[in-house]
Design a binder for this molecule. Structure first.
Ligand code: HXC
Length: 515
């Protein structure tokens, strides 16, 4: 047989790429190996590995003995549910998955190929960060990855899956990704580890308290999805991809199904879910379940800034981005964290032409000294900027109230909303009547013989003048006032009417979003 010896040599080299001792080492830590992770994520038999024999060029500090083929990362391409993706998976069992020159080169190559070919790029991260022995070449490895990611931003979806440490430089690849997945108990992300922190400031902290999955999904907002096991986590990645187009020029996905499923008719139950008394909270997730395709809501950042819900859903099969006030928490107000959360999500949807639907029920930005001092103006401005800049279809449904800044940010046609729909009981105003009378009738109330009575009277007067959608409808700022039972069907019709929306932008280098 021709090439027999060479083929034998190749097979031997391939076998050497993963030794059983290293597999065991990883399993003992309760983690899967880099290769097992790829197999879990991709469709069977679709993975094609690139650069398996790349090696570090470094000899010093023991590197001559340590370097291994592949340089502690597996990279290549394959398919997820039939769709092409590029990916890399860091191998912690080899030099702690640390990133040296060639390791960095492999990852950069992957991101560039994904960008050129318009395919999502997925990074599976399990790494001690910059490889100390390779010095500045490791840092340059990161620099080239970051540059490639930034160039790919808004062109292809970029996903980071953290399944081990993501230390130092390794944390900024997730930081630059569109979505970050973490697994309870095994994922830890930080720029400086506990040892360094203790040496610098004397502060003692565990890996988990510093950068565990709970910290990043609830406090820092750096993670978007958290799962109990690696298996569930990879299923989550597949689910997310099912909502996303391949790239910024690809068509919006529409899930195939029976047309009858897409039009389930009236949404009467909304009248039971949403209380008439606007001071009473309710679970916006129940509203979402009633309006959008059954079980299609995939919430993003569920543990962070719970006063505002964001996520992907389907409406008549079409992928849509959903932003909704959750009145159960902080009356659904927009605070600093929720402003950041909403603004970034709106920009993501805009990059990938995913239509936006807002479900609005809030009295506005959160008042308070703490919020003002921490920069609610700067953070809140991001929401205004993101919506105004977005050229995707933008639809707002106002359920009960939209006061002040929340009206401007989430449902103002003047800010660029395409369709504003209101239920008949909707209140739209600069602020609530109780607060408003204290400002505009301050003198009259103070001078009145019966101030309490007068205040009540004036509140009623304001309510009848402003607290309905009709003033906004007369001014053409609310397009439709509908019976709540018609919510789903109206949203479907409005969405379909906007699917071919095109809007050009002013030529400029780029705007300057408040960061
Ligand atoms: C070279 C590294 C390494 C690194 C780990 N290893 N991190 N080698 N460079 N950055 C090696 C270890 O020497 C060890 O090699 C093997 O990987 C496994 O590491 P262990 O420490 O035995 O594993 P474990 O106890 O599980 O601890 C994992 C860890 C720890 C928490 C990640 O290794 C660690 O703290 N590493 C350094 C993390 C860090 O500070 N990184 C930042 C680098 S600076 P042997 O041969 O013994 O098996 C950076 C640039 C910053 O990234 C950029 C700013 C944003």
């Amino acid at each position: 047989m021709a090439f027999e010896k060479e083929i034998e040599k190749l097979n031997k080299k391939r076998e050497e790429l993963e030794s059983s001792e290293l597999i065991e080492k990883q399993h003992q830590k309760g983690k899967l190996t880099a290769r097992e992770r790829i197999n879990l994520l991709l469709d069977p038999e679709t993975f094609v590995e690139l650069d398996p024999f790349i090696e570090s060029r470094f000899q010093q500090l023991g590197m001559a003995e340590k370097r291994i083929p592949g340089d502690a990362v597996i990279s290549g391409f394959g398919k997820i549910s039939g769709r092409q993706v590029y990916l890399f998976s860091q191998d912690f069992s080899k030099m702690g998955g640390s990133l040296g020159e060639m390791h960095g080169q492999k990852i950069t190559k992957m991101i560039e190929l994904a960008t050129k070919t318009g395919c999502p790029c997925i990074g599976i991260i399990d790494s001690g960060g910059a490889r100390i022995q390779e010095g500045i070449s490791s840092l340059d490895g990161y620099a080239s990855i970051f540059r490639a990611m930034i160039r790919a931003s808004g062109v292809i979806p970029q996903i980071s899956v953290i399944v081990g440490p993501s230390a130092g430089g390794a944390s900024y690849a997730p930081g630059l990704s569109d979505f970050v997945f973490m697994v309870e108990g095994i994922s830890q992300m930080y720029i400086t580890g506990p040892e360094v922190i203790r040496a610098v400031s004397g502060e003692k902290v565990s890996f988990e308290d510093l950068g565990g999955a709970a910290v990043h999904s609830q406090k820092s907002g750096c993670s978007h999805f958290i799962f109990k096991s690696e298996k569930d986590c990879f299923l989550g990645v597949k689910k997310l991809l099912s909502y996303l187009p391949q790239n910024n020029l690809a068509d919006l996905p529409r899930q195939k199904g029976l047309l009858a499923e897409f039009f389930e008719g009236e949404t009467m139950r909304l009248l039971e879910i949403v209380p008439e008394d606007e001071k009473k909270g309710y679970d916006m997730k129940e509203v979402i379940e009633e309006i959008f395709d059954k079980n299609s809501f995939f919430e993003i950042q569920s543990g962070f800034a719970a006063n505002c819900l964001i996520g992907l859903a389907r409406l008549s099969g079409y992928s849509v981005g959903l932003v909704a006030n959750q009145t159960r928490f902080m009356a659904g107000t927009l605070d600093i964290d929720s402003s950041d959360k909403v603004a970034r999500f709106v920009r993501f949807c805009d990059c990938f032409n995913i239509p936006l639907i807002n479900l609005v029920d809030t009295s506005g930005y959160l008042p308070g000294k703490d919020q003002e001092h921490r920069g609610i103006i700067r953070h809140g401005a991001k929401v205004l900027y993101a919506y105004s800049e977005a050229t995707v279809p933008k639809i707002s449904l106002i359920l009960r109230k939209a006061f002040g800044g929340a009206y401007i940010a989430l449902c103002s046609r003047q800010l660029g909303l395409d369709k504003v729909i209101a239920w008949p009981s909707t209140q739209i105003a600069v602020m609530g009547p109780e607060q408003a009378v204290k400002i505009i009738y301050k003198k009259e109330i103070a001078e009145s013989r019966e101030p309490k009575e007068m205040e009540k009277e004036k509140i009623e007067e304001l309510k009848s003048a402003f607290l309905s959608p009709y003033q906004a409808a007369r001014l053409g700022q609310v397009d439709l006032i509908i019976h709540p039972k018609d919510t789903r069907n109206t949203l479907i019709k409005c969405l379909e009417s906007l699917l071919n929306k095109r809007e050009s932008k002013i030529a400029r280098k780029h705007g300057n979003i408040p960061l």
